[in-house]
Design a protein around this ligand. Structure first.
Ligand SMILES: Nc1ncnc2c1ncn2[C@@H]1O[C@H](COP(=O)(O)OP(=O)(O)OP(=O)(O)O)[C@@H](O)[C@H]1O
Ligand SMILES: [Mg+2]
Length: 282
């Protein structure tokens, strides 16, 4: 069995040689990445490199031109049931005329869950994101950070194996952003969901991740998949002042700023990381 076949069957999410063009503009070329059960993977890269395009293709919200996405070892061609997506703009993702509880319940209406099972899912998802007792509020009665928590609760209520997030904390203030980062780490720890999160904030990526995937170039390729060995327990000030954190941040920064022609050693690291056996596991 080849390495790639092996990864595609073991991984919760495996993206194999994805290609995407818009007309004559080639955006993604041969993008391969893997997320294992409970792994937190952040995708970083400069603005316009193709991060949102990659998420849309891997969630099957936009068709790729070539390549394959596997979820739990199964090749998928339409939005998979095991996946939930949270976007940056919470104000457009929540229905303003529906109370928070109804918003969180919305995707569950298409499932076979009974009314009481749905109510229990909504209740526990709101507890998970720290919105206990907020089910009867309207989105516009809550702060931006609370609205994004509600959007995350809606994704969690669905109990996905993989949570896909595109710049989910970009529209909130710095303190709320740190709180939401820690919330996501706690949620991952508690329910074991696999998270693939796009950010252009390198500090955020290193702080959250087990693996940081660096996209760069035009068309975008994976410059590196960098393992982050900072342990599972993280704390904003202490973790971000560790020498290993600062070193990773500097290395990733350099990779993003470098031109594609300068990166042969990063490609080697990418190949090693993709097959590495010392990655964080649960
Ligand atoms: N629907 C589309 N039609 C045509 N071109 C598109 C479309 N969506 C994105 N693009 C182009 O594809 C490239 C990648 O865009 P994308 O939104 O994926 O980048 P990004 O890395 O998410 O950027 P940002 O960090 O600013 O969110 C850009 O050049 C963009 O203009
Ligand atoms: Mg984007």
């Amino acid at each position: 069995m080849s390495v790639n076949e092996d990864l595609s069957s073991e991984a919760v999410l495996h993206v194999e040689r994805l290609q995407k063009s818009y007309g004559a503009k080639e955006v993604l070329r041969d993008v391969t990445l893997t997320a294992r059960a409970g792994e937190f993977v952040c995708i970083v890269g400069p603005s316009g490199v193709g991060k949102t395009t990659l998420l849309r293709c891997l969630a099957q919200l936009a068709p790729a031109d070539a390549g394959q996405v596997y979820v739990d070892g199964r090749a998928v061609t339409e939005p998979p049931d095991e996946m939930a997506v949270v976007f940056q703009d919470y104000s457009r993702s929540l229905m303003p005329w529906m109370r928070v509880g109804a918003n969180v319940e919305l995707p569950l209406r298409h499932t076979r869950l009974s009314k009481s099972e749905r109510a229990e899912r909504v209740r526990s998802a709101l507890v998970d994101v720290g919105l206990t007792g907020c089910a009867d509020l309207y989105p516009w009665q809550m702060s931006g950070g609370m609205q994004q928590r509600a959007a995350i609760a809606r994704a969690l209520a669905y109990r996905p194996d993989v949570l896909i997030m595109d710049e989910p904390f970009a529209s909130v203030d710095a303190q709320t952003r740190s709180d939401l980062e820690d919330l996501m780490l706690a949620v991952r720890e508690r329910i074991g969901v696999t998270v693939v999160l796009v950010t252009h904030d390198i500090d955020e990526a290193v702080y959250l991740s087990d693996t940081v995937v660096v996209l760069s170039g035009s068309p975008a390729t994976v410059a590196a998949a960098v393992p982050v060995q900072l342990g599972r327990s993280r704390e904003q000030l202490a973790t971000k002042s560790r020498p290993e954190f600062l070193d990773l941040r500097a290395r990733i920064h350099a990779m993003i700023s470098r031109k594609p022609a300068d990166r042969p050693e990063d490609r080697t690291e990418s190949a090693v990381a993709a097959t590495s056996i010392d990655r964080p596991t649960r």
